[in-house]
Design a protein around this ligand. Structure first.
Ligand code: AMP
Length: 591
């Protein structure tokens, strides 16, 4: 439908046509007339990326009386990124409505600028809950006369724990306002807001309640936890044109995966809450401009990112809540485009998927992580396609052609092609040579075997997979084989009777060496001792560090399994320790 048919005025029509909006989206077709007609409170259930900011923003601009200098519209958003995003959209929609004043107020930045903007009189406040309340308490923001109260991404707002702030803001917002609530999902907390603060709200549902967008294909890949990173790399390698977000659950894992990917030569960056606002904006800008292909992000940090044409969403960690899965996946397949959502899961996460499927009312189909051969074929075809379609600047190349021809004269056409292809392609062939199948073998329902496997997966997850193939060759992806790390065995005097767990042992190594980058292989915990595989190149460092270390008031004793180099080290460390003890004794006898 044309926007002019929806009752939008000429000046706004001009601004949105400059933004490239030609036809309205389904949510706009339903929400715009509702607001224009002042038809009362509204609950609109729609995924992000359906055009909801314009759905409420465009008609609300029609409703502002610029000559009245009080705040008439409040738009509440969960994060500062979303707040800024909505603010920027509104400002661009109001480009030719010079008298309308819009301000964004959000935390994490100085408050003074926001105070002076509010004092000068604003018609629309776009805010995050905490900062708005602060400004209300200082009597700077006055929302008592607002006519429209928009709650954007209400489910996220409640998920982030803003219930108390919302209650306080509702109380101050007068009684004559219309409440327009937008949410991707309708959990009980959102329903409670609707029933507590809204009067007979109309309900608009785009794409079915809690349903994922139709254009998204959902797949999952089951691997051992230790192979998750390898699986991620294979999926990325299988899709050379990927432009997507990889979601991790914690800031630490986000940073770790991003660092590994960057080391391995991928165009990737991390986006999480430990970065400063400036850093986050810089990363988002780079991603928007497609200067990076992959963003490794936490859910909250990725909220503020407005990118329409993502090809893939990868759930490196499944989220705890199905709503979050739905939000994440909704970032691809936007505005009718095709999108792909991949979940990399380990054995015990299968059940979670069932809940998610029920929630999104869509099947998540199992797929196999591509094998080395398939990846190489894909990459090769991609390379050929690129070569075929690359724009050739004949004029610029012309002066060099005689020399090039002379240099390559000894190669016939077939050899030339072979050389040219190998130039780019050798690294994939080398890397994927002898690559293994990553699908876990679940032949018998042997639960003991399976649970042992799971606990081992847990312990190695953060370490072993990170240990593989971290070298970088300039900007090129590493060509080291997937399974090239050499490990040596170390035995330590802590075991089941000390209630030691694999994560404890990993922590012990990280703490004693003050490094998180030591590659750890297999861990076996026996009754009194544990055996740990340490990468050969860091073995000496670990032996020395552990030998002087205490764990829960117990002196750690190590024993080197098998190899002589290791034994020499153990002896050296022991001599050093004895010398230190003697010195200590001597010092104390003088004092
Ligand atoms: P939103 O759901 O508000 O986050 O919007 C998602 C994206 O869709 C934004 O980049 C908008 O600029 C864009 N958009 C919104 N409405 C339209 C439209 N009618 N035509 C084209 N793009 C739109």
């Amino acid at each position: 439908m044309e926007f002019s048919e929806l009752g939008i005025n000429e000046k706004v029509l001009k601004a949105i046509s400059e933004l490239g909006y030609e036809q309205s989206t389904p949510i706009q077709e339903q929400v715009i007339p509702h607001i224009i007609a002042d038809a009362g409170d509204l609950v609109a259930l729609a995924q992000t990326g359906t055009g909801k900011t314009a759905a409420f923003g465009l008609p609300l601009l029609e409703k502002i009386k610029p000559e009245e200098k009080y705040t008439q519209v409040l738009i509440l958003c969960p994060t500062r990124e979303l707040c800024l995003q909505s603010y920027n959209f509104l400002v661009s929609y109001a480009k030719y409505l010079k008298k309308i004043k819009i301000v964004a107020v959000y935390g994490g930045v100085g408050i003074q600028q926001q105070i002076s903007e509010l004092k000068s009189g604003v018609h629309i406040i776009v805010a995050t809950p905490g900062r708005l309340l602060d400004l209300m308490k200082r009597n700077i923001a006055d929302i008592s006369r607002i006519n429209y109260f928009v709650l954007d991404e209400a489910d996220i707002m409640l998920d982030m724990g803003f219930k108390d702030e919302l209650d306080a803001i509702f109380v101050e917002s007068g009684v004559h306002r219309q409440v327009l609530l937008f949410s991707a999902t309708m959990p009980a907390e959102v329903a409670a807001i609707a029933s507590g603060y809204m009067k007979n709200p109309a309900e608009i549902v785009i794409g079915g309640k809690n349903a994922g967008t139709d254009t998204i294909e959902h797949k999952y890949f089951m691997v051992h936890a230790r192979d998750k990173y390898l699986a991620l790399k294979r999926l990325v390698d299988f899709h050379p044109e990927i432009y997507g977000i990889i979601f991790c659950r914690t800031r630490i894992s986000t940073q770790e995966i991003a660092e590994k990917m960057i080391k391995d030569g991928y165009d990737a960056e991390a986006l999480h809450g430990d970065l400063s606002q400036v850093q986050r904006e810089y990363v988002m800008q780079k991603f928007r401009e497609k200067n990076i292909q992959l963003l490794i992000a936490t859910d909250v940090a990725a909220r503020g990112l407005d990118v329409d044409d993502l090809t893939h969403i990868i759930h490196y960690d499944l989220p705890d809540k199905s709503e979050i899965y739905s939000h994440r996946s909704g970032r691809t397949g936007r505005i009718g485009r095709k999108g792909i959502s991949y979940a990399i899961i380990n054995l015990k996460e299968k059940n979670k998927l069932k809940y998610i499927e029920r929630f999104i009312k869509r099947e998540i189909t199992e797929a196999k992580v591509p094998g080395g051969r398939e990846i190489c074929e894909h990459q090769l075809m991609h390379l050929i396609d690129r070569a075929k379609t690359v724009k050739v600047d004949y004029e610029q190349i012309a002066p060099y052609m005689p020399v090039i021809e002379e240099k390559l004269a000894s190669l016939d056409r077939e050899e030339l092609l072979q050389h040219f292809v190998s130039l780019e392609f050798n690294r994939f062939l080398t890397y994927y040579k002898n690559s293994k199948d990553l699908s876990p073998v679940l032949s018998r329902d042997n639960s003991r075997e399976r649970s042992r496997d799971l606990s081992r997966d847990k312990s190695r997850d953060r370490n072993r997979d990170r240990s593989r193939d971290n070298s970088r060759d300039g900007r090129q992806r590493s060509s080291k084989n997937e399974d090239s790390t050499q490990f040596l065995d170390l035995s330590i005097n802590l075991g089941k009777q000390d209630r030691i767990t694999p994560p404890d042992l990993i922590g012990l190594i990280n703490q004693s060496t003050r490094s998180r980058h030591i590659k750890i292989g297999r861990i076996d915990i026996n009754m009194n001792t544990s055996r740990i595989q340490i990468e050969e190149s860091s073995f000496n460092e670990v032996v020395e560090a552990l030998d002087d270390f205490t764990f829960k008031n117990r002196k750690i004793q190590i024993k080197i399994e098998g190899n002589t180099r290791g034994k020499k080290n153990e002896r050296k460390a022991r001599t050093r320790r004895q010398a230190a003890r003697k010195k200590k004794k001597k010092d104390s006898s003088y004092s």
